[in-house]
Design a protein around this ligand. Structure first.
Ligand SMILES: Cc1ncc(COP(=O)(O)O)c(C=O)c1O
Length: 379
């Protein structure tokens, strides 16, 4: 299969480990198992004694019941039998395309977004249609434009809510409107919901799996629950054909997820409220820090995120985004992601859910680089 390079992941792989101020990371500040246990109140010794005594088999092929129950708690209508567990949301997104998309199928995907959502269907030789998310619409999909692209017979529409990189948030009314368009077209609707629940306001975050009978929700333990190291994600849907296709294809590429990982994820989901409170506090406090910084930089602008962990920041300097980010990284140690990874020139993505001090110092380092650019302009 011929597939385009995954720009954001290649960028992260190249620079992440050596970054002095990593403000490119998209997970809410990752936690250790010690921190998880402290938050969960679960008896650590009893847990590990029980787990260590177990034989390391394939475990529950379709997911540990406690893990599945924990996932159900994140939805209104999803039951264990509606879930397919996967290796991260990356595994889940790929698995949906692998299971459902044939050459020639029409697939509509939003951009900017996570590149999987357009480059994988393209690689599977789908007839890909891009629905651009525009700054003037607050990076929300335009329903009229979607209706024009999602002609009857469209196989799959792909959206991402909250959006990476912009932090735009679709409300329930807009999701229902998009579901109506998908229904008219007879299309499945995949919503990458990996940042769901990370809202700036205390509101219930609706899921496409609860709103649309052919909706497919993808999420994971990585971002909201700060446990990317578990590499666990899932697909949730009420559609029998989707579930059947995903489960039968899963025998070929997953068999099962790690039994140890699933047990730890079950502990985390058992402590859902404490973890969510921590994550929401971090994204809210940190967005205030980012917003203050943006307001203080006259040649920087953005649409303030409403949810998620990322912001797309535009700059008014004569430098393309890869050169901007590479030069800044080497000059100051500030590590952000070039907007061209999302086909958004003259911008960069900040992941603002990192450690607060690292965020402050990272933004100060970005400012130092901007002053350097201004000095060069004057020279
Ligand atoms: C929108 C989106 N989907 C999926 C993923 C992959 O997440 P996971 O760690 O669960 O595989 C990411 C990671 O950055 C993402 O931003």
């Amino acid at each position: 299969m011929n597939i385009k390079p995954f720009k954001v992941e290649e960028w992260m792989n190249a620079y992440e480990t050596g970054a002095r101020y990593n403000i490119a990371e998209t997970c809410v500040d990752s936690i250790s198992l010690d921190e998880l246990w402290a938050l969960s109140g679960v008896d650590k010794q009893a847990f590990w004694e029980e787990v260590c005594a177990r034989r390391m088999t394939y475990g529950y092929i379709e997911g540990h019941p406690d893990f599945l129950r924990g996932i159900c708690g994140l939805y209104r209508t999803v039951k264990p039998e509606n879930i397919v567990t996967t290796h991260g949301a990356a595994g889940a997104n790929h698995h949906v395309f692998y299971s459902l998309v044939e050459p020639g199928d029409r697939v509509v995907s939003v951009m900017p977004s996570y590149q999987q959502l357009y480059s994988i269907p393209e690689a599977y030789q789908a007839e890909l249609q891009i629905l651009p998310l525009r700054e003037e619409n607050g990076y929300l999909p335009d329903p009229d434009e979607l209706r024009r692209l999602a002609v009857p017979g469209t196989r799959l529409i792909c959206i991402n809510n909250p959006n990476n990189p912009t932090g735009a948030l679709m409300d329930e009314a807009l999701l229902r409107q998009i579901a109506d368009i998908a229904r008219e077209a007879g299309s499945y609707l995949l919503c990458d919901e990996v940042y769901r629940h990370l809202t700036q306001e205390d509101v219930w975050s609706p899921s496409i799996a609860d709103l649309y009978e052919k909706g497919i929700s993808v999420s994971s333990m990585s971002k909201v629950f700060s446990l990317a190291g578990l590499r666990l994600g899932w697909i949730a849907s009420h559609d029998e054909d989707v579930l059947r296709a995903c489960l039968s294809h899963r025998d070929y590429n997953h068999i099962s997820c790690g039994m140890l990982d699933e047990r730890i994820a079950a502990v985390a989901l058992g402590a859902r409220d404490a973890l969510l409170a921590r994550s929401r506090r971090i994204v809210r406090e940190n967005l205030q820090i980012l917003d203050d910084w943006v307001q203080g930089e006259p040649r920087i602008h953005y649409s303030k995120p409403r949810a998620g962990t990322t912001a797309l920041v535009f700059y008014d300097y004569d430098l393309e985004s890869y050169a901007f980010c590479e030069r800044m990284y080497h000059a100051t140690g500030a590590f952000v992601t070039p907007g061209d990874c999302f086909e958004m020139p003259r911008s960069f993505r900040v992941g603002y859910a990192s450690d607060q001090e690292e965020l402050r110092q990272g933004l100060a380092a970005v400012s130092a680089f901007l002053r350097q650019l201004e000095k060069e302009e004057r020279a």
